[in-house]
Design a protein around this ligand. Structure first.
Ligand SMILES: [Cu+2]
Length: 230
């Protein structure tokens, strides 16, 4: 019979990874229950893997729950990926310049077949894993791909850890450019705010601007967006 000690220890070790205590919400509680069930299953199922365990499994964590060093490690790995040359076949992605662009190109190429479809979750799960592997194997990243719980910051995104414009964020508002409301999805309009232009703050402000788009947005009926032809 398996010992309960590793179960309890693993639960204690992994639970804080799902959320920061100060911002715990109902989704974090649900995720904690799921994690508990997974750990319980692992240590009570005789056929459970001995190599993939709750200790060795990659734990995806919310951006705001990462330490500043962990955020910076992830940002540095992304910057590293954007500094490496593309491996894509130019006939597939003529606009790709970097390894980061390679992943953008794959997503653009598949856009019409992976959204609002039954394969949405599985495709994006595999895609995220492949991106995470590139960060690890090509840029020495030792963490896991973080996620963004937007619901935690919806009331004040400008001051959230992911968009506060600090060196530990993804960016702040871009430069202000007067613009009308943007149709994010059919019938859903995002009202204009303080940004709209080039990224001016945060760790990606010096990233090269992609070339202007050479083709139509692949989604008919949507406003054109500034995208490289990837
Ligand atoms: Cu997608």
């Amino acid at each position: 019979m398996r010992s309960w000690v590793p179960f309890v220890a693993a639960l204690a070790a992994l639970s804080p990874a799902t959320a920061s205590p100060t911002s715990m919400d109902q989704w974090d509680v649900l995720a904690g229950k799921a994690l508990g069930n997974q750990i319980l299953y692992h240590y009570t199922n005789p056929e459970a893997s001995s190599t993939c365990t709750p200790y060795t499994a990659s734990a995806r964590r919310e951006w705001g729950a990462l330490s500043k060093k962990e955020r910076r490690d992830y940002i540095d790995a992304v910057l590293c990926l954007s500094s490496k040359p593309s491996k894509s076949d130019p006939s597939f992605a003529p606009g790709a310049r970097s390894r980061y662009d390679d992943f953008v190109a794959v997503h653009i190429n598949q856009t019409m077949f992976i959204h609002s479809t039954g394969n949405f979750l599985t495709w994006h799960r595999y895609f995220t894993w492949a991106y995470e592997q590139a960060l690890r194997n090509e840029c020495g990243y030792t963490g896991s791909q973080p996620y963004w719980a937007w619901n935690k910051y919806a009331d004040d995104p400008v001051n959230s850890p992911i968009f506060d414009g600090s060196e530990y964020s993804m960016s702040g508002d871009g430069a202000f450019v007067p613009h009308n409301a943007t149709e994010a999805a059919p019938g859903i309009f995002l009202q204009p705010s303080n940004g709209g232009g080039c990224v001016k703050s945060g760790p990606f402000k010096n990233e090269p601007r992609p070339p202007p788009p050479k083709s139509q947005d692949p989604r008919p009926g949507r406003p054109k967006r500034h995208r490289p032809e990837l």
